[in-house]
Design a protein around this ligand. Structure first.
Ligand SMILES: NC(=O)c1ccc[n+]([C@@H]2O[C@H](COP(=O)([O-])OP(=O)(O)OC[C@H]3O[C@@H](n4cnc5c(N)ncnc54)[C@H](OP(=O)(O)O)[C@@H]3O)[C@@H](O)[C@H]2O)c1
Length: 326
């Protein structure tokens, strides 16, 4: 297949190339795009050296089978429609299209059927949402999800390369705040994105909206508190879920154990440092909530893999499979 990655030099773009290899995507050709800043740089796909090109409209008209975008919402809004109009299927990691009613927001294990016969732009959800909806979808099918309360502990790589550089600088003694509203080293910051008039941050509003859209639960009660922590890779989440019917703990554990893309950690837990190159959503410390109809659990996932590149490549593979391309 003829592929392109836009934002190839970024945290997600580089991981997309790794995932294309790891998932054995049949790549006949691969073009890499980024800004003028890194045009001319060399990146490797396996043993093949590839030169990064400056993103422009002409490049997006080259008619790829798939274009994987991870260059932010502004870039996506300008260039993804050009690629889509030229016949490429676009998978975009930004928030640029997630709220559009006619753009599918896809986690393939949950709503991959939306890709059947679909052409155009597909939106990849927010990293915190992807890892959380995988187990929530299993529990929703069992008991009927009605309410969600989640607090997140999000790593600095979730802000891209500048987030990683900010923490590295402060760890080395730098006193600048970098890209965050406060010092992140040895600290936690309960703000990710700007606050809206209702008191919720942009990241919190993304979780509310995207969870309802992916699970097709428009009336789901949801309350998120998103927090940046001084961890390089891996997001953690404390989740309280309430259901329409009694939540049988043993049944929940059994189903989660066998669910696709979920690692169920029985009687133990993992931390972001334990994630390595895992592409799974790790469900730990599953327990009863305060009422018969509720459950609590701890959830850990690799934000750049599962939360971005892995899900994008899984979308590509699912689409290609449904379209008979592979
Ligand atoms: N990091 C995560 O955990 C995560 C998870 C889910 C979704 N996302 C989303 O994925 C996207 C990329 O995130 P990231 O973490 O990879 O960020 P990043 O490390 O800052 O990388 C940004 C990439 O976008 C490119 N870019 C920036 N401006 C551009 C322009 N005008 N034209 C073409 N390319 C441009 C950069 O190229 P240069 O090198 O030339 O600057 C770089 O390749 C964002 O929309 C982000 O919200 C990230």
């Amino acid at each position: 297949m003829k592929l392109a990655v836009v934002g190839a030099t970024g945290e997600v773009g580089r991981m997309m190339m790794t995932c294309l290899e790891e998932f054995a995507v049949p790549v006949a050709s691969l073009e890499l795009f980024a800004s003028a800043r890194s045009a001319g740089e060399t990146l490797y796909f396996g043993d093949t050296a590839l030169t990064v090109r400056e993103l422009d409209a002409a490049g997006m008209r080259e008619n790829f089978d798939y274009v994987l975008f991870s260059a932010g919402a502004g870039v996506a809004r300008e260039f993804a429609p050009i690629a889509a109009a030229s016949g490429s299927v676009v998978i975009d990691n930004s928030s640029g299209f997630r709220q559009d009613a006619d753009i599918p927001l896809v986690v393939p294990e949950i709503n991959g059927s939306l890709l059947q016969g679909y052409r155009g732009i597909v939106a990849n959800p927010n990293c915190t949402t992807i890892q959380m909806v995988l187990p929530l979808a299993v529990l929703d099918r069992l008991f009927g999800l009605t309410k969600l309360v989640v607090s997140t502990y999000q790593s600095v790589s979730g802000s891209g390369h500048k987030g990683v550089a900010t923490l590295q600088d402060q760890r080395a003694g730098g006193s600048g705040k970098g890209i965050y509203p406060d010092i992140i080293d040895l600290n936690v910051i309960p703000q990710i994105g700007a606050f809206a008039d209702n008191g919720y941050s942009q990241e919190e509003e993304k979780i509310h909206f995207e969870t309802r859209k992916i699970l097709d639960l428009p009336d789901l009660e949801a309350c998120a508190t998103t927090v940046r922590v001084p961890v390089y890779y891996g997001h953690s989440e404390s989740i309280y879920a309430e259901f329409a019917s009694e939540a049988d703990l043993a049944l929940a554990a059994r189903e989660l154990k066998h669910a696709e893309s979920i690692a169920f950690e029985e009687n133990t837990y993992i931390t972001p440092c334990d994630l390595g190159s895992s592409n799974d959503s790790h469900v730990c410390r599953l327990r009863r909530g305060p009422g018969q109809n509720s459950l609590c659990f701890w959830n850990v996932g690799h934000n750049v893999r599962l939360g971005a590149a892995t899900n994008a490549v899984r979308i590509l593979l699912k689409h290609a499979q449904l379209a008979g391309r592979i």
